[in-house]
Design a protein around this ligand. Sequence first.
Ligand SMILES: NC(=O)c1ccc[n+]([C@@H]2O[C@H](COP(=O)([O-])OP(=O)(O)OC[C@H]3O[C@@H](n4cnc5c(N)ncnc54)[C@H](OP(=O)(O)O)[C@@H]3O)[C@@H](O)[C@H]2O)c1
Length: 237
Amino acid sequence: MISTVLVTGANRGLGLGFAGAYAEMGWKVIACCRQTSPELQALAQRHAALSIEPLDVANHATIDQLAARLQGQAIDVLLNNAGTYGRLGFAEGGVEHQAFGNTDYANWEQVLRVNLFGPMKMAETFIEHVARSEQKKIVTLSSMMGSMGLNTSGGMYAYRTSKAAVNMMMHSMGIDLAGRGIIAVAVHPGWARTDMGGPGAEIDPTESVEGMMAVIENLNADHLGQLTAYDGSVLPY
Ligand SMILES: NC(=O)c1ccc[n+]([C@@H]2O[C@H](COP(=O)([O-])OP(=O)(O)OC[C@H]3O[C@@H](n4cnc5c(N)ncnc54)[C@H](OP(=O)(O)O)[C@@H]3O)[C@@H](O)[C@H]2O)c1
């Protein structure tokens, strides 16, 4: 039986890496993005089982439309990868947008819409697709930036709170869906060299993606309520 993964934000970064790696493994890949990219188009040309679907995770109508198009299909791994830092740069006064005293609330709302409400809406909308699959996994990419235990530098309110909330959301989801045999967890990709991670990040996106795929492959009930990193280590919430 061929397994199916749905990846959000599949046009670049870690999402593109997931799409390519699962396609290479012979999976059916539903690669979702706001706008496609030459790299994703090339993958679709190489792999007949990879389809590109328009999806903005902050636009719930596009999520509902996608679910209707995929009605009846099983999704083994629902991979909530799409995410954003939001505005980070320095405002005119030289103050960072996410620093205390300079909160950009519209920016914060948008970060929560993408990073938090998006994965929740995806899970609620695709629950039956996942439930009818063999593997039954819902995975959301979180970040060590959302860990209170690891936060020693402060700041980054919008991004940090969105990922801290993702951890709690996936914790609750893991409890709520366990009875249906569904494993719902958050994973941390490491600090990877993507547009978000930047060129100075610690690891190559391939290492991050391959590590997370191994974590996802081996997920079991022991992982519920844990933030597992790409290398299998468990991080504090
Ligand atoms: N890289 C790291 O070091 C790192 C560390 C910790 C956690 N993470 C998490 O890992 C995930 C992937 O990060 P990345 O490094 O690959 O980031 P990235 O290179 O900046 O790519 C972000 C992806 O998310 C998509 N996206 C953003 N807003 C979206 C929306 N409203 N609807 C649909 N797609 C949207 C982007 O699509 P567009 O091209 O349309 O903008 C892009 O495909 C994120 O959740 C991030 O928070 C990354």
